[in-house]
Design a protein around this ligand. Sequence first.
Ligand code: ADP
Ligand code: G6P
Length: 355
Amino acid sequence: TCSAGDSQTLVIGLAADSGCGKSTFMRRLTSVFGGAAEPPKGGNPDSNTLISDTTTVICLDDYHSLDRTGRKEKGVTALDPKANDFDLMYEQVKALKEGTPVEKPIYNHVSGLLDPPELIKPPKILVIEGLHPMYDSRVRDLLDFSIYLDISNEVKFAWKIQRDMAERGHSLESIKASIEARKPDFDAYIDPQKQYADAVIEVLPTQLIPDDNEGKVLRVKLIMKEGVKYFSPVYLFDEGSTISWIPCGRKLTCSYPGIKFAYGPDSYFGNEVSVLEMDGQFDRLDELIYVESHLSNISTKFYGEVTQQMLKHSDFPGSNNGTGLFQTIVGLKIRDLYEQISASRAQTPLEASKA
Ligand code: ADP
Ligand code: G6P
């Protein structure tokens, strides 16, 4: 007999508001797993899905129950649970986790309509990314690991301006208005999910420049829950100690405003966590090896793997600061989690056959 556990899909949840770096994070994650994820071949060109050898990333916008017109008519945003079908989301994520293919709807971001569904086969690793991966408790319970990208309002604003003004020709006023309009629903339905995340990447304005409001230099925190099976938080120098580290000096080139790391235990929504923080940015990415060599539990397979990944994708946004560094590290932690879970599953039937 075949044990159902053998083929079980690992399910990862990635939550964030739109425009907050989810697709950049996914590119870093799939790269760690050895191959870039691509849209399904021969399918709907507006599919939101990405597939690699190991990983399938599905976008939870596909579970919108109200299309653009429907939302407009009912006066609800895409962030509102009423615009989303959590029953279907639960059924399909559960089916995939158990090894059953599903016909998943497609939300077409161009037309704002729901397109005919696409076939999704159970992958080794399923990532569900979007606004609500941890909103519904049934879906949440299916997650083997969850991540929340927490972009502070100031930084979100700076990124949106950069993208929507420079690339899409929107006015400053219209960007402000759209952020304001989303905020109540964001606060009510999206933000609270961070309390459930196993890892949170929090992106804040720098504290190295007094009254900075450019949003270019960032202070980034990696908040890691303690006691999560197969996940041992990263630490700096000495596990459990509280540490402040300014590595600029002989080994690291730092121009103004410098780089500052911090590490220590903390509490987050009543949970015990470890927090690693980086404020500032790297001048020379190859020198990251110096920082990497002082971090422990980073789940690399060889010395310098974090630095190698960062150099490989130096063109991705955030590669010179804590956003890229921590996204890369979380990617390595997820690979480690996957390998540990696979190994523990491979052992079980072996033991059974011995008996
Ligand atoms: P999402 O998939 O959540 O919509 P993306 O990964 O496409 O987000 O990023 C949206 C935009 O936000 C990018 O084009 C870029 O301008 C900006 N951005 C994302 N991540 C970063 C980062 N780490 N540093 C600076 N800008 C970023
Ligand atoms: C998607 C995104 C949302 C965005 C929406 C646009 O669902 O995930 O973040 O708000 O599209 O909605 P709209 O009602 O403006 O078409």
